[in-house]
Design a protein around this ligand. Structure first.
Ligand SMILES: [Zn+2]
Length: 247
């Protein structure tokens, strides 16, 4: 765990970030708890960046085990780890990457029953492949007030959204719940290795910036093949995040 003042090796490790945000910024990261829902393709890019940046506590929620078909894009896992729990493996890898941080593995899918575990979260990242989980986290973020970064990726398009409590549009302002079976899946649609890494890395950049600059407001980024654009969004009338929401 990080201690204050930082040890010499930590100052060296984080020296390039400290040039930008000072020791106060680095301490802000060290004191943060980021909960990560999903350690698949998006999480494989997101998690190492958070660990390398020096986020002091990272909790990982994923109930899946590694499948051989994951290895083409989920770079956290090795050939000889097929069949093992992703959350445990991801936590081991992050601890090896940065021994100065605290990493907790939850080898289960996040459900409403675990909502209380996010009470001390500074920020949450939702990068699972379940739309229902994204809506669940959206609603918890509105209720509990933590900043939430949601990412999703398909073969042709991906997106990242930063939601900051009631002040910004929420995920339900943009997306309607649909049957989980209608969502395009990597298993049937296919995906190139770099695409989830590209979206996951950008989500990590948004998350770290939000931790360093709490005043940063929400946003939406759309990814199409090899480019990304920022899109401005407004609250939808009648949405649960709006003042005119039906009671
Ligand atoms: Zn909304």
């Amino acid at each position: 765990m990080s201690q204050y003042p930082f040890r010499k090796e930590e100052l060296e490790r984080y020296s390039r970030q400290i040039l930008l945000y000072g020791r106060a910024g680095q301490e802000r990261l060290a004191r943060a708890h980021v909960a990560v829902i999903g350690a698949g393709g998006l999480g494989s890019a997101f998690l190492p960046i958070l660990a390398a940046s020096g986020v002091g506590k990272i909790s990982i929620w994923d109930g899946d085990t590694v499948e051989r078909s994951n290895l083409g894009r989920q770079f956290l896992y090795l050939e000889n780890e097929v069949g093992l729990q992703k959350a445990e493996l991801a936590a081991q890898r992050l601890r090896a990457l940065n021994p100065h941080i605290h990493v907790i593995a939850h080898a289960e899918h996040f459900t409403a029953a675990q909502a209380e575990s996010l009470r001390d979260a500074t920020l949450v990242f939702e990068g699972s492949d379940s739309l229902n989980t994204k809506f669940l986290l959206n609603d918890l973020a509105l209720k509990q007030g933590f900043p939430l970064v949601i990412s999703a990726v398909g073969n042709a398009q991906g997106h990242t959204m930063l939601i900051c409590g009631q002040q910004t549009p929420c995920y339900r302002c943009l997306f309607e719940p649909i049957d989980e079976n209608e969502i395009p899946r990597c298993a049937t649609e296919g995906i190139l290795s770099a695409f989830p890494a590209f979206v996951g890395a950008q989500a990590a950049h948004v998350a770290v910036r939000k931790l360093l600059e709490p005043e940063l407001s929400g946003g939406l980024w759309i990814f199409e093949k090899s480019h990304c654009r920022s899109v401005s969004v407004k609250k939808r009338h009648g949405c649960i995040c709006s003042d005119d929401a039906p009671q």
